[in-house]
Design a protein around this ligand. Structure first.
Ligand SMILES: NC(=O)c1ccc[n+]([C@@H]2O[C@H](COP(=O)([O-])OP(=O)(O)OC[C@H]3O[C@@H](n4cnc5c(N)ncnc54)[C@H](O)[C@@H]3O)[C@@H](O)[C@H]2O)c1
Ligand SMILES: *[C@@H]1O[C@H](CO)[C@@H](O)[C@H](O)[C@H]1NC(C)=O
Length: 365
């Protein structure tokens, strides 16, 4: 059956979302239809980048809900988290023990469709694109089976929805990608929801010093609450931030993280890590089609420069485990949630995010 429901639709880039009635087609083979319960907003730049042409159902990578109808492993009533990186389980990347960028992920050439190349949404007679295979700013959505994880039946959806993107990305970047070591010194550039989650990962891994860097000093109190040992505003110094960090760390930090999405801070993060053994991780998504020019000597001396999507976690198998870890109180998500709004106020939520007033807003349906 086609379901009619409420959704936030983005008809044009850089315009507000409009609340519309959409038709959601039933799932085809290997797909799942989900009733959305809670959703967490993602970085607006992501939305811009991943839209294909005109219209797109406003959807972001992390949300939670109940399976409404399904053809395969999840059954009606299951609690689930949609996954913006699928895990097909069959491709070379899925078979690799460490990597997570499933070849079914439409990262570089997003089609705005499900895996079979078609859409399940229509609005005012027009087909509406999917976003990152999840499309969750809607009361009902359809996703591919490889893009949804069944989670513990008692999970608090209004919190664990953060595990669908921001938290896992930051936390995994520290524990899985950088492999932060006990007693080490870390520098984290950017203290939004993802940067705060990097700090939590550094702390969990036993870092002795976690230096938080942001140009908005209002971010410092929360950074300290989640584990930063000191906070630095680059605007308070004449010299470049990498020089400041090299000085305060006695020659360069062990691990640095760029969690902003700017080319200049990516270079600063690389430069501030120790030249012989420092590891620098790119977490922020760079502006579209821009390149960095760099001197290879920076790496020849021994530095490591790497990056990852979704903290390097294989999505379908890791998300349920992270939810279980959350329920076992291995980490808290409370510091990441600053606002709760109904779907109708979605544009307000984005204003809060852009202005730096919120960390994450949970939308309710
Ligand atoms: N790799 C992934 O899989 C993945 C997943 C989710 C998000 N991201 C990316 O991570 C980045 C961070 O996401 P977020 O939601 O935490 O963003 P956010 O906008 O909430 O936080 C960014 C922070 O950077 C600070 N900042 C801006 N310019 C700065 C500068 N020049 N120097 C120092 N600090 C500066 C801002 O004040 C803000 O606190 C984004 O680029 C997002 O697209 C990547
Ligand atoms: C950036 O690098 C790519 C190669 O990775 C190249 O194709 C492209 O032209 C470069 N863009 C600019 C603006 O230099």
């Amino acid at each position: 059956q086609v379901i009619k429901c409420k959704a936030a639709v983005l008809w044009e880039l850089n315009k507000p979302f409009s609340i519309e009635e959409v038709e959601v087609a039933p799932p085809k083979a290997h797909e799942v239809r989900i009733k959305t319960k809670e959703y967490v907003q993602y970085n607006p730049s992501e939305t811009k980048k991943n839209l294909c042409g005109g219209s797109a159902v406003k959807n972001l990578p992390a949300n939670t809900g109940n399976v409404e109808e399904s053809v395969l492993s999840s059954s009606p009533g299951d609690k689930v988290i949609p996954l913006f990186i699928p895990q097909c389980g069959k491709c070379n990347v899925c078979k690799h023990p460490e990597a997570n960028l499933c070849l079914k992920f439409q990262l570089k050439e997003p089609r705005g469709t499900l895996n079979d190349g078609t859409c399940r949404f229509t609005c005012r007679g027009k087909p509406i694109h999917h976003f990152l295979g999840t499309s969750t700013f809607t009361q009902y959505t359809v996703v591919d089976e490889m893009s949804v994880a069944k989670i513990h039946a008692d999970s608090p959806l209004e919190k664990v929805c953060l595990i669908g993107c921001g938290f896992s990305t930051g936390y995994g970047s520290a524990v899985k990608i950088a492999k932060v070591t006990q007693g080490s010194t870390c520098a984290v550039f950017g203290l939004g929801g993802v940067g705060l989650s990097v700090i939590m990962g550094c702390k969990a891994a036993g870092a002795a010093r976690i230096i938080a860097v942001d140009i908005n000093k209002d971010k410092f109190a929360r950074a300290k609450q989640v584990g930063a040992t000191e906070c630095i505003n680059p605007q308070d110094y004449e010299k470049p931030i990498e020089e400041v960090l090299k000085e305060v760390s006695g020659g360069g930090v062990d691990f640095s993280f760029e969690v902003i999405g700017r080319l200049d801070t990516m270079m600063s993060a690389l430069l501030c890590c120790q030249e012989a053994y420092g590891v620098s991780v790119i977490v922020g998504v760079p502006p579209h089609a821009q390149n960095i020019s760099m001197n290879p000597m920076l790496l020849l001396t021994g530095r490591t420069w790497k990056g990852a999507i979704f903290g390097g976690f294989k999505s379908k198998e890791s998300v349920p485990k992270l939810v279980t870890d959350f329920m076992a109180k291995k980490f808290s998500l409370d510091q990441l949630i600053t606002h709760v709004l109904p779907l109708e106020k979605i544009n307000e939520g984005f204003d809060l995010l852009r202005s730096g007033m919120s960390v994450r807003t949970i939308l309710t349906f």
